[in-house]
Design a protein around this ligand. Structure first.
Ligand code: ADP
Length: 338
């Protein structure tokens, strides 16, 4: 903790949430100015869409998205046109409130007319996107991947991707969306914060079972089934790099206005949480980027009704301790001097 009134500068400043100090003149700060704003659902969608317009094939790892409420008419028109040209297309869409997290306020719809545009809380800005109906399943369950990415520098662009991440599982066997199961969050949403409330949630006592596993344990499974894991990694790496490239121009504007070149100020680095969904054909799709990924290595356990205790979570510990350790090694000021 930085004691109030301390004047001596530090080598590394580790903020809990976002970059907010204007009086740090040296050292390294673990947040970039503007990052929280840039990875909000709407801003991220806009930044990726700009690149999709320029390089459609390179940026096909992000589901087709519309920004609400402003693009609601466009959403209705485009869906109608696509349905007219392909009557067999039976899409599902996912609506996500801007600034929401942990699955908060998310719902699935089959038709644009199902969007809840009226009512105060529902009319808040949101992203609606094509729902990926055929995710890769393991043990019949949908899961997503949380990967930790260190943005070490914007100029020159330096990105490191942690070799292991987390796989977060749903707790109800997956079925493709139908009007009957659309509302079943334990089947469609992989958020830990939701699934923990399912009676089927299994706290993992090792890295390759339970509702939260290491990504490497999934890769092992896939590789034993004959999947091309090398190609998968290379697709994931290019997804990460291209996403950061899409964010870079605006991040540089934020950076230059907060830390103008030539004036004393810190340099920045940041650990980002990338949420990725694998499709059945092993294509990785970007779901979202988290500027402030949880670094908790414990979880709460209910000992008796209403009595909770924090217990170590071996899977979180295995992945996250390595991420923090390697980050500190990479930004180590002593090493820089050498
Ligand atoms: P939040 O920030 O609230 O967690 P996400 O964008 O990560 O919002 O979405 C929550 C969950 O919904 C994801 O973890 C994933 O399981 C599911 N999901 C999100 N977008 C899609 C999509 N386009 N297709 C299929 N599933 C999705």
């Amino acid at each position: 903790q930085f004691p109030f009134g301390r004047r001596l500068p530090c080598d590394i400043y580790w903020h809990g949430v976002s970059f907010h100090d204007n009086d740090i003149f040296s050292g390294q700060v673990n947040k970039f100015p503007g990052m929280t704003e840039m990875v909000r659902k709407i801003t991220l969608s806009r930044a990726v869409r700009t690149m999709q317009d320029l390089f459609p094939l390179e940026y096909n790892f992000y589901p087709r998205s519309w920004i609400l409420p402003e693009e609601f008419p466009l959403f209705v028109d485009e869906v109608r046109m696509m349905k007219d040209s392909d009557p067999s297309w039976k899409p599902t869409f996912i609506v996500k409130p801007d600034g929401g997290c942990q699955g908060d306020g998310i719902y699935l719809i089959k038709d644009p007319s199902d969007i809840r545009l009226t009512g105060s809380s529902q009319s808040r800005p949101a992203v609606v996107q094509e729902y990926i109906c055929k995710p890769l399943l393991v043990d019949k369950l949908k899961f997503d991947i949380r990967l930790y990415v260190l943005l070490k520098s914007l100029e020159p662009l330096e990105i490191y991707i942690a070799k292991d991440g987390l796989s977060r599982f749903c707790t109800e066997p997956y079925q493709e969306p139908t009007l009957k199961n659309l509302h079943q969050v334990f089947m469609h949403l992989t958020n830990y914060s939701l699934n923990i409330h399912s009676g089927n949630f299994i706290h993992s006592d090792n890295v390759n079972t339970g509702s939260k596993r290491t990504f490497s344990s999934i890769l092992c499974r896939l590789s034993s089934r004959g999947a091309d894991v090398k190609k998968l990694w290379s697709d994931i790496i290019s997804l990460v790099i291209k996403t950061i490239i899409a964010l870079t121009p605006e991040l540089k504007v934020y950076y230059q206005s907060d830390i103008p070149a030539g004036k004393p100020g810190p340099t920045c680095f940041q650990i980002l949480g990338f949420d990725i969904l694998l499709m059945k054909n092993l294509k990785p799709m970007l779901l979202e980027v988290n500027a402030n990924p949880s670094m908790r290595i414990e979880h709460e356990q209910e000992l008796s009704p209403g009595v909770f205790e924090n217990v170590p979570s071996p899977v979180d510990e295995e992945v996250k301790v390595a991420v923090i350790r390697d980050t500190l090694r990479l930004v180590d000021p002593q090493k820089k001097k050498r």
